[in-house]
Write a protein of this length. Structure first.
Length: 117
């Protein structure tokens, strides 16, 4: 079952990153003030990025990864400037961890480049 990772821009300009199985329903919840305490205090919210992933586990993994990104890197992703992402990495020399034994090996694609959460 597919799932989504998404980024909302809140009324105060802050960014909110989340994941869900039903994107339309989740955005409606956020817009009505029932999505999360964070977004309910910062209405209105606007969906500025979403990416489909093969499973909720993959979407959640990508969500956690995006939480660690700088605002500048998230803004580059939102604007489709995928070429800027490597240069905006906080630690460009870090080696990605090996997949855990419980990993399903799914992939999400950011800008046509495969991304393994």
């Amino acid at each position: 079952m597919s799932a989504y990772v998404y980024i909302l821009r809140c009324g105060d300009g802050r960014l909110y990153v989340g994941s869900t199985r039903n994107l339309a329903q989740r955005i409606e919840q956020h817009q009505s003030g029932k999505g999360s305490a964070f977004t309910s205090r910062r209405l209105p919210v606007e969906l500025v990025f979403s990416e489909e992933c093969p499973s909720i586990g993959d979407a959640y993994g990508l969500e956690r990864k995006l939480h660690g990104w700088s605002r500048a890197k998230k803004e580059a992703l939102i604007s489709g400037r995928y070429d800027l992402l490597p240069g905006l990495s906080r630690n460009r020399q870090r080696v990605p961890p090996e997949p855990s034994a419980g990993s399903r090996g799914g992939f999400c694609s950011l800008g046509g480049a495969d991304f393994a959460p």
